[in-house]
Design a protein around this ligand. Sequence first.
Ligand SMILES: Cc1cc2nc3c(=O)[nH]c(=O)nc-3n(C[C@H](O)[C@H](O)[C@H](O)COP(=O)(O)OP(=O)(O)OC[C@H]3O[C@@H](n4cnc5c(N)ncnc54)[C@H](O)[C@@H]3O)c2cc1C
Length: 383
Amino acid sequence: MTSTAVRVRSAPEYDLAVVGAGFAGLACARSAAVRGLSVLVLDRQARAGQVIHTTGLLVKEAAERWEVPARLTQRIRGVRLYAPTLSYIDLTAPGYYFLATNTAALMQWLAEEARRAGARLRYDCPFRGASRDTGAMVLAGIGARVRYLVGADGAHSSVARAFGLSRNRAFLLGIEAEYEDVGGIDPDRLHCFLDSKLAPGYIGWVVPGVDGMAQVGLAARWPHKPDLPAFERKLAPLFDWSRARRIARRGGRIPVGGRVARFARDRVLLVGDAAGIVSPLTAGGIHTALESGWRAAHAIADYLEADGPEPARAATAAYPRFALKRALRVVADLPLPNWLFNAMLGSAALRLVASSIYFHRRSDGALSRATSREEAELRRPAD
Ligand SMILES: Cc1cc2nc3c(=O)[nH]c(=O)nc-3n(C[C@H](O)[C@H](O)[C@H](O)COP(=O)(O)OP(=O)(O)OC[C@H]3O[C@@H](n4cnc5c(N)ncnc54)[C@H](O)[C@@H]3O)c2cc1C
């Protein structure tokens, strides 16, 4: 008999450890805690919302499902789509809207929701690996024993690396600056700019934000580096920059290769960007991060508390494969010339394609489908 076998083992201290207090991790932690699991969340940031790498635009479906407080958001009812020449068309759909967010405050709210549900949040606490011990995993540097581990640590997941899971390979690189006092921006439009030279594979944007802020950014197929100053020079004649003050700059890589091949193994599951659950076409990942975190929480609670199937099975069925959007990403990556965008701007075909990209209903199939028990959890305020 080995010494390991005779050692007296202490019971796991937490049912679930979640690495990453982003959208996916906090949604997962909240729902798992509401389901009665003891939950520990680790994040390397010093506090909620300390570092923001996203524009933070929410689609209507996410806003409604997660009941984000109105004080943190600014409703935008339509899209203004600009050709490279800066002529434009307006697109709207009855009842549809986007929400610009005060994203740092949104992260603080999500963290507070998870805490109120009973999760323990530890900031300034990077994931340093975990070792397996019978029936549990032990988190390196923390010593906590946990029954299940979720990797919600973003596009470059350390959890994926530590457990030999698949990594994201295809990215857009996005860069954004946030300004106070930019004049002349229509606040009811998401301003989107087609320009295959400045933003190959994606678009530029100006988002009229909360409290009069404006977010100006663009993304391009990685490893192409988007040139934000050149984009800002292009915008100079459109808006009034005379009193503008830049207050933040941010950016990061967005995985657009679709769901990674191997996103789970024994008692470890990836969610959100870590699992590549981001629309390969629009690069929107907040809605799917929230949904995948929530979905994972229920699968893990069913598994740990109710003899449910291994959560990887539920995730395999629920996580979208994005087959169509991956195919459309190939089209978006084609080096289309700017004259083509200019020529097509007024066409019915472009209007149709753009409207279906911006306003299609994002149900994400099984990812968002809830049983009545899960719906009840979503509606239940945390104690
Ligand atoms: C420039 C840009 C603009 C974007 N704009 C939008 C948008 O407007 N709308 C939209 O829907 N999507 C947008 N996206 C995509 C969206 O931001 C992501 O899909 C979303 O944030 C994914 O959420 P997540 O919780 O999976 O990961 P993240 O938001 O990346 O959160 C991961 C968390 O894990 C933590 N972490 C990382 N490593 C460790 C570690 N080793 N130990 C402990 N903690 C760790 C991080 O600190 C972070 O808190 C944008 C992305 C970029 C880069």
